[in-house]
Design a protein around this ligand. Structure first.
Ligand code: AMP
Length: 211
């Protein structure tokens, strides 16, 4: 049975950094943003459809987003453990995911929200450098420690676009929080804590998924 956790949190809250630590332990990483950026880089039809949304920090329509998600999930083994990072972003996407899970016998372990202030999220994103090959996230220019590629700034890590993304997050998070609280599957972590402290906390709850 596929089991998954959902990482909720503003851009810059540390979801991607934590997701990568779990990828190193065999979890699959579903980052809809990363999948979209790959399509844009490879100039696929889908990439052309989504590029103006991604560049301006607007949400991509749910049908397009969910088509990407279900393609990704179809490719997984039955035993897969998945970290969802940046998906679902609104209640409709949460419902689509729940329906998919019911149809396919997949199970949500927990939705975990990384909490931090807008100012801190903005500060982090203005100093974020990413690997265009593997998605590694750093806070200084240079080369990726994993594959040596030159780290780059994301085009949507621009102050005006960041503010829009943070605002969008604020518009949708209360309905998502309520959705997962109702299911009894919501937990919050302090996104200001050190990455190692957060990993330890996540280990405790995500370890359940490995049994
Ligand atoms: P992220 O990498 O999660 O920060 O996402 C980057 C951008 O990709 C977002 O600003 C949106 O334009 C798009 N995107 C990523 N995930 C979603 C989603 N679940 N729904 C709609 N748009 C998304």
């Amino acid at each position: 049975m596929i089991k998954y956790v959902i990482f909720l949190g503003k851009p810059g809250s540390g979801k991607g950094t934590q997701a990568q630590r779990f990828v190193e332990r065999g979890w699959a990483w579903l980052s809809t943003g990363e999948l979209m950026r790959q399509h844009i880089r490879n100039q696929t039809d889908l990439g052309k459809q989504v590029s103006h949304y991604v560049q301006s920090g607007a949400l991509v329509p749910d049908e397009i987003t969910f088509a990407l998600v279900s393609d990704f999930l179809k490719g997984l083994s039955d035993e897969a453990r998945v970290v969802m990072d940046g998906f679902p972003r609104n209640k409709n996407q949460a419902q689509l995911l729940e329906e998919w899970s019911t149809r396919n016998g997949a199970e949500l372990i927990l939705a975990i929200e990384f909490c931090l202030s807008d100012d801190e999220a903005l500060r982090r994103l203005l100093n974020r450098y990413m690997c265009p090959v593997c998605g590694f996230i750093g806070n200084a220019p240079g080369r990726c420690p994993k594959d040596g590629a030159e780290l780059v700034r994301r085009v949507d890590d621009d102050e005006a676009v960041i503010m829009r993304r943070i605002q969008d997050y604020g518009n949708y998070i209360s309905q998502l929080r309520a959705y997962y609280q109702r299911l009894g599957k919501y937990m919050a972590v302090n996104g200001m804590a050190s990455p190692d402290t957060i990993t330890k906390q996540l280990d405790k709850v995500m370890g359940v998924g490995l049994r």
